[in-house]
Each structure stands twice: as structure tokens, then as C-alpha cells.
Ligand binder design. Structure first.
Ligand SMILES: C[S@@+](CC[C@H](N)C(=O)[O-])C[C@H]1O[C@@H](n2cnc3c(N)ncnc32)[C@H](O)[C@@H]1O
Length: 341
């Protein structure tokens, strides 16, 4: 959770009385969070409040160091402390306890690798504009990293899928849906649940599909959406969090192929972060800018603004592009368009 400064602290930063320590603290906060998860502190507090001594005793940890870590996690917003006992905040209960559908435990390994192995080479990307790795070549060659990446994206999708699915206009009588780079398949499954006559296909790389959710009306197809025949006759196409991993030529070619694969009047829904969106504040604006850097350094993609996406949709032959921001889907906005009748 980001640290929010009070007016006094904010003024101290503006006046440069304090060094810019919060950025270092961000890295330390990530490690404190990962340590808390791996040591089992969040799960141990699921049943109710406990003291540092109780937790250190039951988990076999050093009592003093445990207390210091618990205080750090309290400051970061994951725990609350009262009368020497700690309890979970709502954030920690939803995102950090195993058994919660949105648990990020497995996904933290992906961010640890990203922050500690990939990002230290950011300088090189900024010098010459080239990514230092190809994320999906890496995830396909490392099953543990792939599982962690898919667990992270699935946890986010699990929270956003209901709001997102209700914002997608599925044409009356729709029968077939294609989810391009659908990975864990949570968005497809939510649409299938709402539309009993729909059948779906997720196309993604083989390792990614190892993490896909199962549904009786869902087919998983292993292969690259850049090379494979995508088929045709779809009423709905999803392209969620995929465009930002592609270069301009790949986007234009893929959208052109999808335009041919969609039935007249069918829907394409692109879900992504849009670089030109008005954000509610500086923290969310900065998050999007840092994600953009992440796409550059880790994969060679880039964020596009909604206006650019709408232009690309029209250039590919889609009509009536619209921008949707489902309230409960803060990390994924939608560009929705139709195939002409
Ligand atoms: C950021 S994830 C998005 C997953 C899901 N659509 C979502 O929004 O949560 C991008 C997905 O695209 C897949 N992908 C990337 N390049 C691909 C390619 N050339 N062919 C098929 N899938 C690909 C990745 O394996 C990954 O599952």
C-alpha cells in the first residue's frame, strides 16, 4: 500500500527538509511484504489478533525481529495494532491471505523478479530503447515464473471481471467468443457464466495455459496469436492486457486479422491501461507511468492512449469505438468497437 504523507510531512518534502527517502522505502516495503507472506504472518492472523510473541512462537521466528516487521507492515497499511496485538486490515485479508480468491501470494515472486532482476537494468533500456528481456519468452521457459505471473494477473482479473463483463455489449444471439492472450481465462469464464449460449476459445502460449481456469464451454488453444490461424465467425473478441506488449506493426496486423475473424455486428473489447486517461490523482498517474516503463524494460511493448487505440480500431475496419471505465476495474479500461454490418 502506498505511504500517504500528512500535510506536515508533505511540506517537509516540498521544502526539501527530508531527503527523497520514500522511493527507497518503496523497495523495502516490497521486501517486507514478501517476507510477511513467506513467513506466514498474514495467514497466521486470519483467525484473529495475535501479539508478536504469539506469532514468533507459533511460526518459529525471532521475537524482536518479528515485532519490528509487524510494525513496518502496520505502517504500510497491512495490519492494525492495538494493545500489543496485531490484526489484518481489509486489504491484507483480501489480497494477502491464502484461500482468498484474490490472494497475490504466488504473484509476488513475479514482482520480486521484476523489481530485483529486471528493473536494475532500466538504465540500459533508457539509453538505447531496447527491452532487457522478452517477458513471455521468459515465462514460457520458466514454469514457476509463468505460474506466478498468471496468479498475479488472475487475482487482479478475479476482482475486475464482473464489472468488466457487465460493460461489454455481447450481441443478442452471440454464440462464439475468442479471448486473445487470455492466459488464466478469468475474463472468459465470467462472460460464459453470464451468457449461457456462448462458447469461448482462449488462445495463449502453452505454459500460460497451464494456469487457465476450466469451464465446460471453454476451449484452450496453445499457440501464438501472432502466427496461428485465429479462425473466424466470432461474435465477441477480447484483447485484454495484450496490446501493451506489442509493437505498432504487430498491433495493426493483429487488429486487421481480428476484424476479419469477427461476424458483422460483433464486438471487440480491448482492455488495457490508456496513457491519456484522466487519473484521480498523482499516485495513480505515477503508477501508470511506472507500468509503462515496466512494459518498455520487460518486454518491449508500450502503453497507448485511448484516442490512438480508437484510431487503430477504425483503421482495422471496426466502427463506433467507445471508451468505458468500469468503476470497479481501476487497472483495466475498455475500448469497445463493432465489426460493420
Ligand atoms: C498481461 S497478460 C494478460 C492476461 C489476461 N488477458 C488478462 O488481461 O489478465 C498477457 C498474455 O498474453 C499472452 N501472450 C503474449 N504474447 C503472446 C503470443 N504471441 N501468443 C499468444 N499469447 C501471448 C501471455 O502469455 C499472457 O498470458
Amino acid at each position: 500500500m502506498p505511504l500517504f504523507s500528512n500535510p506536515l510531512e508533505a511540506a517537509a518534502h516540498r521544502l526539501s527538509i527530508l531527503p527523497p527517502m520514500l522511493d527507497y522505502f518503496g523497495v523495502m516495503g516490497l521486501h517486507a511484504l514478501i517476507a510477511g507472506m513467506r513467513l506466514g504472518l498474514f495467514d497466521a492472523l486470519r483467525g484473529g489478533p495475535a501479539s508478536a510473541a504469539d506469532l514468533a512462537g507459533s511460526l518459529g521466528l525471532d521475537r524482536h525481529a518479528t515485532d519490528v516487521l509487524l510494525r513496518g507492515l502496520t505502517g504500510l497499511g497491512y495490519l492494525r495494532a492495538r494493545g500489543g496485538r496485531y490484526r489484518l486490515t481489509r486489504t491484507a485479508r483480501i489480497w494477502l491471505t491464502t484461500g482468498s480468491p484474490a490472494c497475490l501470494a504466488e504473484g509476488l515472486y513475479f514482482w520480486e523478479r521484476t523489481a530485483c532482476v529486471i528493473w536494475p537494468q532500466l538504465e540500459s533500456t533508457v539509453r538505447d530503447g531496447s527491452p532487457i528481456t522478452s517477458l513471455y519468452a521468459l515465462t514460457e521457459s520458466e514454469p514457476e515464473l509463468s505460474r506466478s505471473f498468471q496468479a498475479w494477473t488472475a487475482a487482479v482479473a478475479g476482482r475486475q471481471a464482473p464489472a468488466t463483463a457487465s460493460a461489454i455489449p455481447v450481441p443478442a444471439g452471440a454464440r462464439r467468443m475468442l479471448d486473445v492472450g487470455g492466459g488464466h481465462a478469468r475474463y472468459s469464464v465470467e462472460l460464459l457464466r453470464r451468457h449461457p449460449d456462448l462458447r469461448g476459445t482462449v488462445i495463449d502460449l502453452p505454459q500460460a495455459l497451464e494456469s487457465a481456469a476450466a469451464h465446460p464451454r471453454l476451449t484452450l488453444r496453445a499457440g501464438s496469436f501472432l502466427d496461428e490461424d485465429l479462425g473466424g465467425g466470432y461474435d465477441v473478441v477480447l484483447l485484454f492486457n495484450v496490446m501493451h506488449c506489442l509493437d505498432d506493426q504487430e498491433v495493426a496486423t493483429l487488429l486487421g486479422r481480428l476484424a476479419k475473424a469477427v461476424n458483422p455486428g460483433g464486438t471487440i473489447a480491448i482492455g488495457d491501461q490508456f496513457g491519456d486517461s484522466v487519473m484521480p490523482g498523482r499516485a495513480s498517474r505515477t503508477l501508470v507511468d511506472l507500468l509503462h516503463l515496466n512494459y518498455l524494460v520487460a518486454g518491449g511493448g508500450r502503453l497507448r492512449g485511448y484516442k490512438e487505440v480508437a484510431r487503430l480500431l477504425k483503421a482495422a475496419g471496426f466502427t463506433r469505438p467507445r471508451h468505458r471505465r468500469p468503476l470497479r476495474s481501476p487497472a483495466t479500461e475498455l475500448a469497445i468497437a463493432r465489426a460493420p454490418r
